[in-house]
Ligand binder design. Structure first.
Ligand SMILES: C[S@@+](CC[C@H](N)C(=O)[O-])C[C@H]1O[C@@H](n2cnc3c(N)ncnc32)[C@H](O)[C@@H]1O
Length: 228
């Protein structure tokens, strides 16, 4: 690992709004002082000192969507989740420079979130540009694979919204089908949101990966579903 990445990983652990699971084999969630937190069902109260609804961005990378939404919706709480600490460091630097108080980051595998969050604690989920895992043996690693959709049902309040954005059309088609099969209600299914003038103020927020895909002339797709 390079020195710059090491430095970011050290620094990200010192941010008071970053919570980390440092051992995936013996999972626990810690704050920047190393204290183990038992916050199931109490994230709004403990992390944000309020009872506002929680929007969670999964595989948030540098947290572009989390931050852009947090600026627009100060009356909501935002939790960006990713396993990569150096990407969360970038998001953390932005949160600090903007002085946002309604954003925290959790460094964890998404698969383990039900160890740290209570059932139905999350009001809304965003998933933006997840890894497409195009090869058949990797399908189960897609963030819209059946096991993940069951996990989201557990984490989410009933009738909460899930938003999904990707350039990968195969993944998009797969997600539409897997959500239907999991009993989610699809509200919006939009292919090529910019070419078809479908993007609105929220769906046209662009992440780091989205900007790269647009530079490659790829089209962007968006769907919104209700988690039942
Ligand atoms: C292609 S990047 C997209 C990042 C960001 N959403 C964006 O659009 O710029 C995918 C991200 O998913 C994260 N990721 C993939 N699988 C994950 C998992 N099981 N748990 C947590 N993060 C995961 C990776 O670390 C990476 O940052």
């Amino acid at each position: 690992m390079g020195k710059a990445k090491m430095k970011k990983l050290r620094e990200v652990s010192t941010f008071p709004f970053v919570y980390e699971n440092k051992n995936f084999l013996a999972p626990s969630i810690c704050d920047s002082t190393g204290q183990v937190l038992e916050w199931k069902g109490e994230w709004a109260k403990n992390a944000f000192k309020n009872s506002n609804p929680i929007t969670m961005e999964l595989a948030c990378g540098k947290g572009d969507y989390t931050i852009a939404l947090a600026e627009r919706f100060p009356e909501r709480n935002f939790i960006g989740v990713d396993i990569k600490g150096d990407r969360l460091w970038r998001g953390g630097m932005t949160v600090q420079s903007k002085g946002l108080t309604n954003v925290v980051f959790v460094r964890s595998k998404i698969e383990q979130l039900d160890l740290f969050f209570a059932s139905h604690e999350i009001d809304e989920i965003w998933i933006t540009f997840p890894d497409p895992f195009p090869k058949k043996p990797d399908t189960k690693r897609r963030l819209s694979a059946p096991s993940f959709l069951e996990l989201y049902k557990k984490l989410m309040k009933e009738n909460g919204f899930i938003h999904f954005k990707t350039d990968a059309l195969d993944l998009f088609n797969y997600t539409e089908e897997s959500m239907k099969e999991a009993g989610y209600e699809l509200l919006t299914v939009q292919r090529d949101i910019y070419g078809n003038q479908l993007a609105d103020e929220i769906t046209s927020i662009k992440t780091y990966y989205e900007l790269m895909h647009l530079a490659d002339a790829r089209t962007i797709n968006y769907l919104k579903a209700i988690v039942k």
